[in-house]
Design a protein around this ligand. Sequence first.
Ligand code: GDP
Ligand code: MG
Length: 180
Amino acid sequence: MAADDAYDHLYKIVLVGDATVGKTHLLSRYIKGDLPRAPTATIGVEFATRTVPLAVGGTVKAQIWDTAGQERYRAITSAHYRRAVGALLVYDVTKSSTFSNCAKWMEELRQNAEPDIVIMLVGNKFDLAEKNPSDRQVYYDAAAEFARQNGLFFAEASAVTAYNVKHVFEHLLQEIYNQS
Ligand code: GDP
Ligand code: MG
C-alpha cells in the first residue's frame, strides 16, 4: 500500500434524505472544497473518500456513498446501505416535509445498515434561513429534540457557505470511532 493511502480504519458512510436537500452539494463541499459543477440530480459518483486524522491519533478513511437520485422514487437499493457504520441524515431547514420524512429515512437505515449505525442529523441550507428568517420552516429546537429522542447527533450546516460542513462529517467519524 502506498504511504499516502495508509489509514487505520475504513468507515462506510451513507448520505440519506429527500431529493434536493443538498446531499451531493455537502459531499462535494467536503471532498473537493467546492460545489459540484454539473447539475446534480442524476449524476452519481458511487462514493468518494477522504482520509482524516482522529483526535486520539491514527487516521480514518471515510468512504462516503451518495445516491444517484433514486431517493426521488424511494428506490435506493439495499447495497447503498449495506455495511454502513455511519449516516448523514439530511433535511432542508426551509422545507418542512424534508424534516418530517426523516423518520422514514431512519427506518430505512435501521432495516438495511449496521444495527449500531451512528447517525448525524443535518439541517442543510442554513444560509437561506440566516439570510431570510421567514424562509425557515424547521426550527433548530424542534430538530434538536427529534435528535435527542432518537439518539442522533445534530447540527445545522450550509454546503453553499461551507458552514459546519467539515464539522458534520468529522464529528460523525469521531463518534463512530468512539463507539466502536
Ligand atoms: P440532493 O438531491 O440532496 O443531492 O441535493 P443537491 O446537492 O443536488 O442540491 C439540490 C439543490 O439545492 C441545488 O440547486 C443546490 O444548489 C441547492 N443547495 C444545496 N445545498 C445548499 C445550501 O447549503 N444552501 C443553498 N442555498 N442551496 C443549496
Ligand atoms: Mg444528489
